[in-house]
Design a protein around this ligand. Structure first.
Ligand code: OAD
Ligand code: ZN
Length: 246
């Protein structure tokens, strides 16, 4: 079976790099983007230039974020997160590349330095000018006090969740580190991503082109199933549950 084959590939690999998308966190209560009921089926994304140029877009972005607060705050790592943390603990996985912003890989036991966040992190905020970090309760209090999204107390530029929006430049360090990881691994696991958003979706292909085996675990077809060595079209928690160690 697929799971048995995955087990053999994991056993034989010296360096496994997981690459995750929103599908790994749905069992934790966080909706993905493109499935029925996903975030982009309910709301149009707010692009970076809209956020920068429109106070109304900024307020809307923060209202959406606050509406998700209970969901993010209550979420705990699922079986997928825990299985990958087991590989990390066992020394098989040097670091993980993720498109997710929910902090659940860190919560499952990965050191922050070993979570390469391509799309940032939604559990705190940053000034888009000087990069100063703010915590969300500060943003919420300012928002409620003034009725509009706060600006940086240092440089007066807008404060935004520390995530990457469409149209915003990618984080250079994360891109560099992800490139290194994709090139050095011998097994690349693409888990819970539709693989439609670039440049993130370039990493599975890069790993494959550099000689790694590529496994895709996703319950719907993805853009790259045809180039994968193994496709497991099944639930992530069910598939990776057997790999959760102690
Ligand atoms: P998508 O919503 O595009 O894809 C998630 C995939 O996970 C879908 O194909 C689902 O079928 C699958 N899935 C969901 N739950 C699953 C489960 N329990 N078991 C197996 N498969 C499951 O999310 P991403 O590919 O992560 O970026 O989206 C990529 C980027 O698009 C995000 O990082 C975000 C978004 O716009 C930005 O906002 C910049
Ligand atoms: Zn600033």
């Amino acid at each position: 079976s697929g799971v048995e084959q995955l087990g053999n590939m994991i056993a034989e690999a010296a360096c496994i790099v997981p690459f995750t998308g929103a599908g790994i966190s749905t069992e934790c209560g966080i909706p993905d983007f493109r499935s029925p009921g996903g975030l982009w089926t309910r709301n149009r994304p707010i692009a970076f230039d809209e956020f920068v140029s429109s106070t109304e877009a900024r307020a809307e972005a923060w209202r959406r974020r606050f509406a998700m607060e209970e969901t993010f705050a209550a979420a705990r790592p699922g079986r997928g997160h825990r299985a990958l943390a087991s590989l990390y603990k066992a020394g098989k996985t040097p670091a993980i590349i993720t498109q997710n912003i929910d902090n659940l890989h860190q919560a499952s036991g990965f050191k922050s330095d070993d979570v390469v966040e391509l799309h940032g992190n939604t559990t705190y905020a940053r000034c888009i000018g000087c990069g100063h970090a703010y915590d969300l309760p500060w943003v919420k209090a300012r928002f409620e006090e003034t009725g509009s999204a706060p600006d940086c107390t240092i440089c007066d530029e807008p404060v935004k969740t520390a995530t990457i929006s469409f149209g915003q430049s990618m984080p250079e360090d994360a891109m560099r580190r992800a490139t290194e990881l994709a090139r050095q691994c011998d097994l690349f696991l693409a888990i819970g991503s539709s693989l439609v958003v670039w440049p993130a979706a370039g990493f599975p292909l890069m790993a494959r082109n550099c000689g790694a085996k590529l496994v895709i675990i996703n319950n719907e077809p993805t853009e790259q199933d045809d180039v994968a060595d193994l496709v497991i079209r099944f639930d992530i928690g069910e598939t990776l549950g057997p790999f959760v160690g102690n």
